[in-house]
Ligand binder design. Structure first.
Ligand SMILES: Nc1nc2c(ncn2[C@@H]2O[C@H](COP(=O)(O)OP(=O)(O)OP(=O)(O)O)[C@@H](O)[C@H]2O)c(=O)[nH]1
Ligand SMILES: [Mg+2]
Length: 585
């Protein structure tokens, strides 16, 4: 359902106009009726052309700007109200600034209370509006003089809204809805309402809540009182949920699972409101995103329009979300813009800000790629959530991580340097064991795998990484030692302990790697020809042969015979049978 949202100065006739258009008084509270003033968001419905339209009526009074901001984030058409008899006023300006900063560029302007003025005054009001909106997102909106009590202009106004709604873009992005109200119904449990900003939701869907991180189940969906089985983007919707660990409240985001995250630090792009001139560096601010509002501290990055907003309490945030910044003391909107990065480093570089700015108008996939470019290496789940459900395209997937192509080649270069240094220290070894290289570089093993695969300098063999073309050199003296060791082992089956031979650990590894010897047990090796002979000649023994018979046949001692038989069992050449063994296959 498309949403029309009001905006404009206090007492300029927003609520009265909504009532005249819909037949419903959007002022819901006794206090609102008593004071003739809207305090919190009001809701009403009407059919305009082919559209079932929801109206969100916001308060104009400056004290309730917070509620106003919660209402305007997700509208399809703004209904901007200026009273003919008083013209452009402070909150007219502030609300226009908010719409402009949020990028709301679709709407109509109603000049109300024309029954209280003459034609010339109305004309003047229209001229003033044209002047004030020039250069903003409100420029060129149809301006329609109306009177709610007499009904003058209301048909034209409806028609203008219809034209705006006819050109609305549907969205196939993941589901997102900022909660603006939440309550509990006996028997049904928790119900939240809000406006779906993208995607759709159906009964029994699973949704994710941020910042709590809860996963909840959709039990029911309503559109102004009617049960429906699903709901799509732009609709004002009430959703009955189960499974939340804490009660939801205004400012929570409901999203398709895995497409949202919560953060206490955001990198934002911030433009000052027209009336402000420049964003002050110091002061107490509130950051508004969706229906949420959080106290924030701002830190400008250099002289740019990029700021780090540091929050105390987490808020749901994704790349590209519109934000408004308000001065908490003066209660005035100072500026607005968009979220560039919900997981920023402490001091993003200006080139990184530029890269994010470049992607912000793109689709979520492009935003995910930009985030990965900036961070180098990000858990894929985090990148997807931070980009509002975008899936990286240019980045390289490595295990649970996504790595930018640039980061991958720089990891490859570091790996090559480390590996070359390792070769210099260990000329006998074929290369550096992969886990050791991964931990030296501080990268997850799958990322190292991807870097090696992408590197033209590195190669990998049986768990070791080597610089291409490297051959481990064994000195003539070492080769002689190896030969002597092989001769000592091969002299009889009563082999000496491996550890007692005149070879160091490195040479022992070389012998094992080359297959000169085969390890049968911890300190027991045979030459490869001895192993072949044992495997072949064990078949000469009778079924049910004993350890003793085996040991005598080969001339071993028990120290060699017992582990050798266990080894033959383990490779399936023999198997135990009662007290003896039989040869298989
Ligand atoms: N004569 C006349 N009075 C109007 C018209 N529109 C609104 N009013 C009156 O103006 C006063 C304020 O109207 P509201 O509709 O409450 O104004 P609002 O913009 O919703 O005010 P807030 O919600 O407090 O920002 C009320 O007394 C209305 O009856 C109009 O077109 N003609
Ligand atoms: Mg009102």
């Amino acid at each position: 359902m498309p949403i029309v949202g009001t905006a404009g100065h206090v007492d300029h006739g927003k609520s009265t106009l909504v009532q005249a258009l819909t037949g419903t008084d959007p002022d819901r509270w006794a206090e609102e009726k008593e004071r003739g003033l809207t305090i919190d968001l009001g809701f009403a419905w009407a059919t305009i052309g082919v559209h079932d339209v929801g109206f969100v009526d916001v308060p104009g009074h400056e004290r309730f700007i917070k509620n106003m901001l919660a209402g305007v984030g997700a509208i399809d058409c703004a209904l901007f109200v200026v009273a003919a008899d008083s013209g452009w006023m402070p909150q007219t300006e502030e609300h226009a600034a908010v719409l402009d900063l949020l990028g709301v560029d679709r709407g109509v302007i109603a000049v109300t209370r024309i029954d209280l003025t003459d034609g010339d005054t109305t004309e003047l009001a229209i001229l003033e509006i044209e002047e004030q909106t020039a250069g903003t997102s409100l420029e060129g909106w149809p301006i329609i003089p109306v009177s709610s009590p007499t009904g003058a202009g209301l048909t034209e106004l409806m028609r203008a809204i219809e034209v705006v709604l006819d050109t609305r873009n549907p969205s196939d992005l993941p589901f997102r809805m900022w909660v603006d109200r939440s309550f509990t119904i006996a028997g049904a449990g928790q119900v939240v309402t809000g406006t779906i900003t993208s995607g759709s939701v159906a009964v029994s869907d699973e949704l994710e809540i941020q910042p709590s991180g809860d996963r909840v189940r959709v039990r029911g969906i309503q559109h102004h009182g009617r049960d429906v089985s699903s709901s799509v983007g732009g609709s004002r919707t009430a959703i009955n949920i189960s499974g939340a660990s804490i009660a939801l409240e205004r400012g929570d985001l409901m999203a398709a699972p895995g497409t949202a995250l919560a953060t206490t630090r955001v990198l934002i792009e911030l433009q000052p409101a027209r009336t402000v001139g420049a964003i002050p560096d110091r002061g107490a601010f509130h950051l508004h995103v969706g229906t949420a509002s959080r106290p924030a501290q701002l830190r400008r990055l250099g002289t740019s329009s990029a700021f780090i907003a540091q929050l105390v309490d987490p808020v749901a945030a994704t790349v590209g979300d519109r934000i408004i910044v308000r001065d908490s003391g003066r209660r005035a909107v100072v500026g607005g813009g968009r979220i560039l990065d919900p997981i920023p480093v402490q001091r993003p570089r200006s080139s990184e800000v530029d890269r994010l700015l470049e992607a912000i108008d793109g689709d979520p996939d492009q935003r995910a790629d930009a985030l990965i470019d900036v961070h180098g290496m990000v858990p894929t789940r985090t990148a997807v959530a931070a980009a509002g459900g975008g899936h990286p395209v240019d980045a390289v997937a490595a295990g649970s991580f996504s790595v930018s192509p640039a980061e991958l080649s720089s990891i490859g270069e570091m790996a090559a340097t480390e590996t070359a240094a390792f070769h210099a220290r260990n000329p006998v070894r074929p290369g550096i064991p992969k886990p050791e290289l991964a931990s030296r570089l501080g990268v997850p093993p799958p990322v190292l795998d991807a870097a090696i695969a992408a590197s033209s300098e590195l190669a990998e063999e049986t768990g070791s990484v080597m610089v291409r073309g490297f051959t481990n050199e064994i000195s003539i003296a070492d080769e002689a030692r190896i030969d002597a060791a092989i001769a000592a082992i091969g002299a009889s089956f009563d082999v000496p302990r491996f550890g007692t031979l005149d070879i160091d650990t490195e040479l022992a590894h070389v012998m094992l790697r080359r297959g000169d010897v085969v390890r049968v047990a911890d300190d027991l090796v045979f030459t490869s020809s001895q192993v072949d002979e044992i495997r072949r000649r064990v078949a000469e023994l009778p079924d049910g042969f004993t350890v003793s018979e085996f040991k005598d046949r080969f001339g071993m001692s028990r120290r060699q015979a017992v582990p050798t038989l266990e080894w033959l069992d383990s490779i399936g050449r023999t198997r135990r049978s009662g007290d003896g063994r039989i040869v298989r296959g």
